[in-house]
Design a protein around this ligand. Sequence first.
Ligand SMILES: *[C@@H]1O[C@H](CO)[C@@H](O)[C@H](O)[C@H]1NC(C)=O
Ligand SMILES: *[C@@H]1O[C@H](CO)[C@@H](O)[C@H](O)[C@H]1NC(C)=O
Ligand SMILES: *[C@@H]1O[C@H](CO)[C@@H](O)[C@H](O)[C@H]1NC(C)=O
Ligand SMILES: *[C@@H]1O[C@H](CO)[C@@H](O)[C@H](O)[C@H]1NC(C)=O
Length: 415
Amino acid sequence: MRLTSVLFLSDVFLTLHLCRTYLLFMKKLSFNFVKTILGINNVFTRHISTKSLKIDKVLVVSKLSRYEYEKRKYKDENVTKFLDDLKRRGADIEKLVYHYDLHKKYEERIVKTLKSRGLDVKVVDRYNYTEEDVNNCDVIIPIGGDGTFLLAASLVNNNQKPVIGFNSDPNRSEGYLCLPKKYSTNIHAAVDKLQAGSFTWLLRNRIRTTMLTSDECLNPTFLHDSELGLNTVKLSEGDKRLPFLALNEVFIGETLSARVSHLRMRLNGSTENTNLKCSGICVSTGTGSTSWHLSINRQPVQNVAELLRLVDIDPTEGKDSLATVLADIYNKNLIFPPDDKKMAYTIRELISAAVWPDPKGIKNRGFAYKLELRSNCYDAALVMDGGISFPFNDGATALLEIKPEDALRTVIFKD
Ligand SMILES: *[C@@H]1O[C@H](CO)[C@@H](O)[C@H](O)[C@H]1NC(C)=O
Ligand SMILES: *[C@@H]1O[C@H](CO)[C@@H](O)[C@H](O)[C@H]1NC(C)=O
Ligand SMILES: *[C@@H]1O[C@H](CO)[C@@H](O)[C@H](O)[C@H]1NC(C)=O
Ligand SMILES: *[C@@H]1O[C@H](CO)[C@@H](O)[C@H](O)[C@H]1NC(C)=O
């Protein structure tokens, strides 16, 4: 009897303690979270712009809407056939056309606004965007969502050319990489701020990939149907760097998700190997930590509630419950600043049985400033930002690292 009540009391204390910790933490967190997402944690170490940004020549990178994408596939057919086929596949055509129109009108408005200010504007899309366009402009403005931003960034290979995104559908898309939503409807204000220099540079670190194997040529696949002017990537003798930098993440693993990925990993320049079997490894930047990295590692409220029940707390899973709040804190903690020099690796579904992993002790998830991965896979790929895929089969070895000169230059507004 006494034991039960002691246990009961300790539960109460534990619960109270957790609640207090949680309240204190939430106060701190809501503030820190906003700062982390915007990457203004180390604002004082950053370059505060003191002069205006030269934006005479603007390159607008246009979003490819699903409607346009589908229509393009039917280029030799008539419109009736195209629409019939879409209907047969269960697509909501009205909705597709609505979003296409919404985006196009928005883009036209921005282009008109930029031109009305005397700027020289060129528009490209994913089919005709080239490196030459990057070299010939002062600033790149993707108009769409984060997908369009990633496309625009994919051809920028230095930390000098600014990429500044406008979210064309802020009601529907998050647009973490774009300017804050309020500037979507106030383009003049945004351009004024840029021209007046009232902003702070944010250098988003990216992942550089160097192939350590002897291949001379690699054939990338562009998963979003663009070509970016490249069918084959020739690696030079001395420097086998891939010509793309990953802003969000590099994923390495079997292309068929049901097949086990067999990989060898070395952390932080060590020559010690860990052999592992898993469903691939995702290596994320701070920018990517709000993206796939978060989806892979996010703890559902259900898991947290089950853990609490194990320590005899019987929580609900409702909106304001302890389980929900703890899950929220855990998940927000997975996010780290875009200009962090570390990468976060996650081993997906690590097989932990018999001799695997070899040796034991590797953490499923951790940070690294350098990561070497060797494939022991059958039909695997190294995929950058979910958009560009390189073959990565048995023996292929890649070194992933972050270099300041590879960062992507973006801006944050001070308010
Ligand atoms: C367009 O395609 C539809 C469906 O395949 C076909 O019935 C129709 O004859 C075509 N019209 C023309 C003008 O080719
Ligand atoms: C590239 O694509 C855009 C958008 O589809 C189009 O407006 C533009 O004319 C194209 N530019 C060139 C040079 O083909
Ligand atoms: C977005 O939402 C706001 C507020 O609900 C609404 O006024 C606006 O028309 C919406 N915009 C679009 C493009 O749907
Ligand atoms: C690797 O380096 C990162 C970043 O400095 C550090 O956080 C991590 O603990 C290191 N991991 C190992 C296993 O050395």
